[in-house]
Design a protein. Structure first.
Lengths: 429, 279
C-alpha cells in the first residue's frame, strides 16, 4: 500500500528542515574558514608592516664640513694616493666638535663621532677624489646617523630604561637632542635601503643586492624550468606510450614534488659545484637548483592543463590532417597555456621563497656588491632575511621586516605579471 | 595532391568467402574497398569482418542501434582509431588501390584526402576565417593570402555559410550557432579538397531546421565527394543517401540501395530495425 499524497508531503517537509539546516551549517563552516584565513593574513601583514615600515625612514643629520687641507693633503701635492689615504673621519669629528665645543675628553669625543655612521668618511673620500677643488672650502652635507641614534629617534630605544641596559648613554641622548636642533637631525626617506647592498652597519644596509640576486636566480629558474617542464609534460601527455617506464617516470615526478628542498640544495652542491665546478654563491647555480625544485610542480600542473583540453579539439585537428606536433602546437598548447602558467606561478613563488637549498650552494655569504650577472656572487631575498634576522643589532629587526615587505612586493609584482600573461592566453569557448 | 599514389582506376577487390552480409556490398567503380575489417578495443571485438565498397559521388548511410560499430568502422576509414589507446584494426581498407594501413601510406596524407565531420560541432577556438584557412595553411595548399581568401570564400560558400558570416570572418568560430558551427566544420573539411567526407552523426546536436540545411548541403556535396554518413535517424538516411548499410552488434548485416533497404529489407534484423521493433 503506497502512501497518500499528504503523507508523502509531510515526510518531505520533515526532511526538508533537516536538509536546509545541514546546508546552513555547512555554509557557516565555510564562512568561518574563510574569515579565519583572512584574519591570519591580516595578522601576518599587520605585524610585518607595523614592524617594518620604520625601516623606510632613516635618521640623517647635516654637518658643516670644512675640507681642511691640513687633514686631507698636508703636502699640498693633491696626489691621488694622499687623497685616498687621508683620515676623513677627522673631518667629521671636527665638524661635530664645532657643534659641541665643551666636549673635550678623548672617550667622549669618540662617543660623539660614533653618532655618525661610518659611511660618512667614505662619502667624503669619494667626494674629495671627485672634486679636489673643494679642499679648503666649507660644505653642508647630509650624513646617515648611526643605527642607535636612528633607533632612539624612532622610539625603538626607551629613554626611561636604565642607562646600562639601554645601549646608549645619557650624554649621547643629550647630544642627540642638541643635534636635532642644531644639525637638522631627523628622519628622512631611506632611499639607501632600496639602492644599496648589504652592510654590517644596519643604517647602511640595503636590500638591492638581494633583490637583484633573487631576480637573476628566478630568471635562470624561469628560463630553464618553464620550457623543460612544458616539453616534458607535452611529451609525457601527448607522445609517450603508456607503459611501465612512463608509469615509473610519472610516479617519480610526483615523488620529487614532495622532496624537501634542502635535499635539492645538497644535490646542487654535489653536482653543480663539486662535479661541474660552477662558481659558488652564483645566481646561475641558485637558478639551476631551484629549477630542479620547481620542475615537478610545473610538469604536474602542465600535464593537468593538457589533460583538460577537450578531445574534440584534438580530433578536429587530426581529422583535418594536422600532424601530432601541429595538433599540439596549434591547438592544444594555446588552450593549455593558462593552466601551465598557473603551474609556473606556483612553482616560481615557491622558488622565490626558498632559503634552504640556497644555503647549501653558498648564496648565504655576506655580499656587499650588487651582482652584475648570473655568475657574480649574490644572495637572495629570503636568505637576506634569514641573515638579518640572525644579526644581533637592534636596527636589523625592522630591516628584517622591511625586507619581508620587499619580498612580498616582489612576489605580488611577479604574480601580477603572470596573471596578466594568463589573461591574454585565455580564450572563451 | 602532388605526392598521391598513382591512381589505379576502379580496383575492385574480390569479396572473401564466408561473407555473411546480405545484399550487394560491391560497387562498379569503388573508391574505397574494405575487406574483412575487424576492430578490437583491447579485448573487446568491436566489429567483425566488414566487407563494403564506397563509391564516388554517392552518399553511403550507415545505420544501426547504438554500439553496433558503425562509428567504429567510420573511424577506420581515416585511421582515427589510431588515436585510441588499445584499438587494433585488422583487414584491408584500400583507397585507390593502396591499403591505408600500408607503411607507405602516410596518415597525415590520408586524413587530408579523407575529411571528417564530427558529431558535436568542434570549431577551433579561433576566428571563422582561421578555422577554414587552417587546413590549407598546414598542408601548404596556397601560395599567398589572395589564394587563401579565395579558398576560404569558396569553402564557406559551398558549405552554405558565406552569406551568414561574410561580414564577421574575424569573429570566433565558437560564437556561431550550433548549426552554423557544424557547417563551419564542413567548410573547414572541404577547404583541403578531400576525396571522401566522413560524417559521424553530424546532425544529432542540431535542431530540425539546421538539420535540413545540412542535409541539403550533403546532397549538393555529393556531386564532388564520396560521402559516408553515420546516422541514428532512419528518415535522414532515407533522405540523403543512395546506399544504406545496416550494422548490428558489430556485424554488417545488410547493404543495398537505400530505396530497396527501406522498402524491401531482406534480413530479419534489418526489417525489425527499420520497422521500429527495436533500436
Amino acid at each position: 500500500m503506497s502512501k497518500s499524497v499528504t503523507e508523502t508531503r509531510a515526510l518531505v517537509e520533515k526532511t526538508l528542515r533537516r536538509r536546509y539546516w545541514a546546508e546552513r551549517r555547512f555554509r557557516a563552516y565555510g564562512l568561518v574558514a574563510v574569515l579565519l584565513g583572512i584574519l591570519f593574513v591580516f595578522f601576518l601583514f599587520g605585524s610585518i608592516i607595523s614592524r617594518g615600515y620604520t625601516a623606510f625612514e632613516q635618521a640623517n643629520l647635516t654637518l658643516d664640513i670644512f675640507y681642511d687641507p691640513a687633514v686631507i693633503d698636508p703636502d699640498g701635492q693633491r696626489s691621488p694616493d694622499a687623497l685616498a689615504s687621508a683620515n676623513y673621519n677627522t673631518l667629521v669629528r671636527n665638524a661635530l666638535r664645532e657643534l659641541f665645543p665643551d666636549v673635550q675628553e678623548r672617550a667622549d669625543l669618540r662617543a660623539l663621532s660614533q653618532m655618525v655612521s661610518t659611511s660618512a668618511a667614505h662619502e667624503l673620500q669619494a667626494r674629495v677624489r671627485a672634486h679636489p677643488e673643494l679642499i679648503g672650502h666649507h660644505e653642508k652635507r647630509r650624513f646617515l646617523a648611526a643605527a642607535d641614534v636612528d633607533q632612539l629617534l624612532k622610539g625603538k630605544i626607551d629613554r626611561r630604561q636604565p642607562e646600562e641596559s639601554r645601549g646608549i648613554s645619557d650624554r649621547q641622548i643629550a647630544w642627540i637632542d642638541h643635534l636635532q636642533q642644531k644639525a637638522g637631525l631627523r628622519l628622512y626617506f631611506n632611499s639607501g635601503f632600496l639602492t644599496k647592498g648589504d652592510s654590517r652597519e644596519p643604517e647602511q644596509a640595503g636590500v638591492l643586492g638581494a633583490v637583484v640576486g633573487s631576480a637573476y636566480t628566478l630568471l635562470v629558474t624561469l628560463l630553464l624550468s618553464f620550457p623543460i617542464g612544458v616539453a616534458a609534460a607535452v611529451y609525457l601527455e601527448e607522445f609517450a606510450p603508456r607503459n611501465r617506464w612512463t608509469d615509473l617516470i610519472e610516479v617519480n615526478i610526483n615523488n620529487l614534488a614532495a622532496v624537501p628542498s634542502i635535499v635539492f640544495g645538497l644535490l646542487g652542491l654535489a653536482m653543480f659545484l663539486n662535479f661541474f665546478g660552477l662558481p659558488r654563491s652564483a645566481p646561475l647555480v641558485g637558478g639551476l637548483v631551484l629549477t630542479l625544485l620547481t620542475l615537478p610542480t610545473i610538469i604536474i600542473a602542465s600535464r593537468a592543463a593538457l589533460k583538460s583540453v577537450p578531445p574534440s579539439i584534438r580530433e578536429a585537428a587530426l581529422g583535418i590532417g594536422a600532424s601530432k606536433l601541429q595538433m599540439v602546437a596549434h591547438h592544444v598548447l594555446p588552450l593549455a597555456m593558462p593552466g601551465m602558467l598557473t603551474g609556473a606561478i606556483i612553482g616560481m613563488a615557491r622558488a622565490l621563497g626558498e632559503t634552504a637549498p640556497l644555503l647549501m650552494i653558498g648564496m648565504v655569504a655576506f655580499i656587499v656588491d650588487i651582482p652584475k650577472g648570473i655568475n657574480d656572487p649574490a644572495t637572495a631575498l629570503p636568505v637576506q632575511i634569514y641573515l638579518w634576522a640572525d644579526s644581533p643589532e637592534r636596527a636589523f629587526l625592522e630591516r628584517t621586516s622591511a625586507a619581508i615587505i620587499v619580498l612580498l612586493a616582489f612576489l605580488i609584482v611577479m604574480n601580477a605579471g603572470a596573471v596578466i600573461l594568463r589573461r591574454r592566453f585565455e580564450r572563451r569557448w | 595532391m602532388t605526392s598521391a599514389p598513382p591512381q589505379l582506376s576502379a580496383v575492385s577487390l574480390p569479396v572473401p568467402e564466408g561473407n555473411k552480409t546480405v545484399g550487394r556490398v560491391t560497387v562498379d567503380e569503388p573508391l574505397i574497398c574494405s575487406r574483412n575489417v575487424n576492430v578490437y578495443y583491447g579485448d573487446k571485438h568491436a566489429i567483425h569482418d566488414v566487407n563494403i565498397d564506397i563509391a564516388r559521388n554517392q552518399v553511403l548511410a550507415m545505420i544501426g542501434p547504438s554500439g553496433c560499430g558503425k562509428s567504429t568502422f567510420l573511424r577506420c576509414i581515416n585511421r582515427m582509431n589510431d588515436t585510441i589507446e588499445g584499438a587494433r584494426v585488422t583487414g584491408a581498407i584500400v583507397l585507390d588501390g593502396q591499403d591505408i594501413h600500408d607503411r607507405r601510406q602516410d596518415v597525415v596524407q590520408l586524413r587530408a584526402r579523407i575529411g571528417m565531420v564530427f558529431q558535436k560541432p568542434n570549431p577551433f577556438p579561433k576566428t571563422i576565417y582561421d578555422n577554414v584557412a587552417y587546413g590549407p595553411r598546414i598542408h601548404g595548399l596556397v601560395a599567398d593570402r589572395v589564394e587563401l581568401d579565395e579558398i576560404v570564400h569558396t569553402s564557406l560558400q559551398r558549405a552554405g555559410l558565406w552569406d551568414e558570416v561574410k561580414d564577421r570572418l574575424n569573429n570566433p568560430g565558437t560564437s556561431l550557432s550550433g548549426g552554423q558551427q557544424q557547417r563551419l566544420c564542413i567548410a573547414r573539411t572541404i577547404a583541403v579538397n578531400p576525396e571522401v567526407i566522413l560524417m559521424d552523426e553530424p546532425c544529432s546536436a542540431l535542431d530540425p531546421i539546421a538539420t535540413a540545411r545540412i542535409e541539403d548541403l550533403i546532397d549538393e556535396l555529393r556531386a564532388s565527394y564520396a560521402i559516408v554518413i553515420v546516422t541514428h535517424s532512419m528518415q535522414q538516411a532515407a533522405r540523403v543517401s543512395q546506399r544504406t548499410a545496416y550494422f548490428h552488434l558489430g556485424d554488417l548485416i545488410e547493404v543495398g540501395e537505400t530505396d530497396r533497404i527501406f522498402t524491401n529489407p531482406r534480413h530479419k534484423l534489418t526489417e525489425d530495425y527499420i520497422t521500429g521493433r527495436f533500436g
